[in-house]
Design a protein around this ligand. Structure first.
Ligand code: FES
Ligand code: FES
Length: 162
């Protein structure tokens, strides 16, 4: 019988407890144990950024962490960010500015960009490109993603000044 460890964590404001093998990756835990398949897996070795989630508010690559390392911590995935009827401004802006094509990379970009825009609400193009430099998109050529981030920043700052 495989050795398992009890893990308790909060994902998208819901408490979960599971017994998992110590080698289980956090990305696999989210997708296979919790059914949160919005966190995508591309390279599985920390290069593409598709698996990015927020870990206690900080972006991390969930393919580079074990599920047991999340014990007692808070995770936010793309499923916890907005709803179909109430999208996060970044989700809206990616749609409106054509920041996605196949969409495979999109959850990772958005989860990387949420804390970036919180820290830097008025980024210039160079800062945006720097912020997404660890995320790979094979479809868009990045310009539309940059445009989407600018649009989201505008939406978020005008919502704050209302
Ligand atoms: S799947 Fe995690 S960085 Fe590529
Ligand atoms: S939209 Fe297809 S990989 Fe980015």
């Amino acid at each position: 019988m495989n050795h398992t460890i009890n893990v308790g964590l909060t994902v998208n404001n819901i408490q979960y407890e599971r017994n998992v093998e110590p080698r289980m990756l956090l990305s696999d835990f989210l997708r296979h144990e919790l059914g949160l398949t919005g966190t995508h897996v591309g390279c599985e070795h920390g290069v593409c950024g598709a698996c990015s989630v927020l870990f206690d508010g900080q972006p991390v690559r969930s393919c580079l962490m074990f599920a047991v390392q999340a014990n007692g911590h808070e995770i936010l995935t793309i499923e916890g960010l907005g709803t179909i009827d109430n999208l996060h401004p970044l989700q809206e802006s990616f749609i409106e500015a054509h920041g996605l094509q196949c969409g495979y990379c999109t959850p990772g970009f958005i989860m990387t960009l949420v804390p970036f825009l919180e820290k830097n609400p008025h980024p210039d193009e160079q800062e945006i490109r720097q912020a997404i430099s660890g995320n790979i998109c094979r479809c868009t050529g990045y310009q539309h993603i940059v445009d989407a981030v600018k649009l989201a920043a505008e939406k978020m700052s005008s919502a704050q000044s209302e």
